[in-house]
Design a protein. Structure first.
Length: 244
């Protein structure tokens, strides 16, 4: 907690929304399991350029994937320890908490909100700074807690995805493997909105689109779709419905 968090001004900064998602489709993990791919994934997704920070984040990510990483482990030893992951041929999967099992990260929900807001309102300028909708939301919307647990100690299986690419050598098929969880437990989290700045008329449309686009990997194939079964603003229950 920051020094101003418990002041009246600090408490009033964020409007809190309690959300509950019930998945209606198989959820696929999207974190690379091959340790050689983790660095590129971190550069692309986390926008990390500092080499020391990248190294520490790489080691931490391997640990979150289930690799036994000591505090003083070298890069070569980390690669050797993670070889068992590469040998499984799994391209992507889930991060793992040693005590509570598989989880999604809150950043994935925030990224989904940004994506769907951009789809619907990307051409609009919002607020006093007249920023685009995506940037406006990125600076004002936050999701907590960081880990959203799926009530699984391990994946239910592996989904084989066949993709088709076209390049200089002609069309070719590409195989990828994804850990999946079948009908994972509903996840609950809090969305914090600075000064309640997102227009209220946006939320029903954004969440309805988000439900169809889904969470996790390979969403274009229909994986990770869900129903928003709770959206509670400022402690006033907005309603709860069946996930089906």
């Amino acid at each position: 907690m920051g020094v101003f968090s418990d002041t009246a001004a600090g408490r009033d900064l964020f409007q809190r929304y309690t959300a509950r998602l019930a998945f209606r489709a198989r959820l696929l993990g999207g974190v690379p399991k091959d340790p050689h791919l983790v660095e590129a994934w971190l550069r692309a997704r986390a926008d990390i350029s500092d080499e020391d920070e990248l190294h520490h984040t790489w080691l931490r990510t391997l640990g979150e994937l289930g690799v036994d990483i000591g505090e003083q482990i070298s890069p070569d030893d980390a690669l050797a320890a993670s070889r068992k992951l590469a040998e499984t041929r799994l391209t992507t999967g889930f991060k793992v908490d040693a005590e509570r099992g598989l989880y999604l990260e809150a950043r994935q929900v925030k990224a989904g909100l940004r994506e769907n807001i951009n789809i619907l309102y990307g051409g609009q300028r919002v607020g006093p700074t007249r920023k685009g909708a995506r940037g406006f939301v990125a600076e004002r919307v936050f999701v907590t807690p960081d880990r959203l647990y799926l009530d699984r100690r391990e994946p239910d299986g592996v989904e084989l995805i066949i993709g088709h690419l076209s390049g200089p050598q002609g069309p070719r098929s590409v195989l990828s493997y994804h850990e999946y969880v079948e009908a994972p437990a509903a996840i609950e989290f809090t969305v914090l909105v600075a000064e309640d700045a997102v227009p209220q008329l946006w939320w029903p449309r954004v969440w309805t689109l988000f439900e169809q686009n889904g969470l996790g990997a390979t969403r274009s194939q229909g994986f990770g779709t869900f129903n928003l079964v709770r959206w509670d603003r400022a402690g006033v229950l907005a309603g709860e419905t069946s996930p089906h």
